[in-house]
Design a protein around this ligand. Structure first.
Ligand code: NDP
Ligand code: 8X3
Length: 264
C-alpha cells in the first residue's frame, strides 16, 4: 500500500466485471491519498461504484467519467477535462473491451467487427496515446504504468472467436512494441491475460441473452473479477524496477482457450 501512496489511477471499463473489481481492489489496499478515475459508458453505474468505494475507503478520492473508448473525440477531450487533482496520472489500466457473437466467416456482422476493433484495439491505443505524454514529461525519460488487459484469446485463436481473438492478438502485439519503444524510460508496460472469468462478458457476447451466457459457465468454476484485480494491483504495487511484463491467469479447470474440464 505504501508504494501506491498518492497515486492517480485511470481505469477504463470500470462499470462492471474486471474493471470494477480493479477499482475496488485498489481502494481496498487503502493507500494514503489514492485517486481513482473510473471510466465507462454507463455513468450511473460508475457513480454507484464511486459511492461504494467512498463508503469503505475514506482516504480514496473517486472521479467517475463517462467515456466511450471507441470514440476518438471523447478520448481526445478526456485528459484536458480531468480536474487538476486527478491530472497527474500514474497508472492507466486499459481494461474496457468486449466480444460480440460467435459467428464464423463469412457470416460475421460488419457492426460486430467494427465495435470489437474500435473498442478493444483502437480504443486501447488511443487511451495509451492520450496518457503517455503525462508519463513522458517525468524524470528519466518518463514514469508510469500501462496495464493492458489482454486475453488467452490473444494467444490462442479459437473457432467462433476469430475477430475477438484477432483484437486481443493486436493488443498483445501493440503492448510488446510499446515496451520496446519505451526501453529508455521508467515507464512499465504490463499485460495481464485472463482465461475464463465470469462477468458480463458472455451476456454481452450473446447480445443480452442471460440463459446462453449462463451455459458458458455450467459445470466449471471460472475466475472472478476480483481474482484478476488482485494481479493488477500486485503488478502496480511492485518496486519500480520490477515489470510483470506478461501474465496468463487460468482457473484450475482450464489449460487452454478451449481445454476445460466440465463436471456434468
Ligand atoms: P464486462 O462486460 O463485465 O465489462 C466490460 C467493461 O468494459 C464494462 O465496464 C463496459 O462498460 C466497458 N466497455 C465496453 N465497451 C466500452 C466502450 N466502448 N467504452 C468504454 N467502456 C466500455 O466484461 P469483463 O470484465 O470480463 O471484461 C473486461 C476486459 O477483460 C475486456 O477487455 C475483456 O476482453 C477482458 N477479458 C475478459 C475475460 C472473461 O472471460 N470475462 C477473459 C479475458 C479477458 P460500459 O458498458 O458501461 O461502457
Ligand atoms: C475471454 C476469454 O476464451 O472466452 O477473453 O474468449 S475467451
Amino acid at each position: 500500500a505504501q508504494r501506491l501512496k498518492g497515486k492517480t489511477i485511470v481505469i477504463t471499463g470500470a462499470s462492471s466485471g474486471i474493471g470494477k473489481s480493479v477499482a475496488l481492489e485498489f481502494a481496498r489496499t487503502q493507500p494514503e491519498d489514492l485517486k481513482l478515475v473510473i471510466t465507462a459508458r454507463r455513468i450511473d453505474t460508475l457513480k454507484e461504484v464511486a459511492k461504494e468505494i467512498e463508503g469503505f475507503a475514506k482516504g480514496v478520492k473517486v472521479h467517475p467519467v463517462k467515456l466511450d473508448v471507441s470514440k476518438p473525440d471523447e478520448i481526445q477531450g478526456f485528459v484536458g477535462q480531468l480536474p487538476d487533482e486527478f491530472k497527474e496520472v500514474d497508472v492507466l489500466v486499459n481494461n474496457a473491451g468486449l466480444v460480440k457473437g460467435v459467428a464464423q466467416a463469412p457470416n460475421i456482422a460488419a457492426e460486430d467487427i467494427a465495435v470489437m476493433f474500435d473498442t478493444n484495439v483502437t480504443g486501447l491505443i488511443n487511451m495509451t496515446q492520450a496518457i503517455l505524454p503525462i508519463f513522458k514529461a517525468r524524470s528519466d525519460g518518463g514514469r508510469g504504468d500501462i496495464i493492458n488487459i489482454g486475453s488467452i484469446a490473444g494467444r490462442e485463436p479459437y473457432q467462433g472467436g476469430s475477430i475477438y481473438c484477432a483484437t486481443k492478438a493486436a493488443v498483445r502485439s501493440f503492448t510488446e512494441s510499446l515496451r520496446k519503444e519505451l526501453i529508455a524510460t521508467r515507464i512499465r508496460v504490463i499485460e495481464i491475460d485472463p482465461g475464463q472469468v465470469e462477468t458480463e462478458f458472455s451476456v454481452v457476447r450473446f447480445y443480452g441473452d442471460k440463459d446462453k451466457a449462463k451455459k458458458v459457465y455450467e459445470g466449471v468454476e471460472p475466475l472472478t473479477g476480483d481474482d484478476i484485480a488482485e494481479v493488477v494491483v500486485f503488478a502496480a504495487g511492485r518496486r519500480e524496477n520490477v515489470v510483470l511484463a506478461d501474465t496468463l491467469v487460468y482457473p484450475n479447470h482450464q489449460a487452454a482457450a478451449t481445454v476445460m474440464h466440465r463436471k456434468t
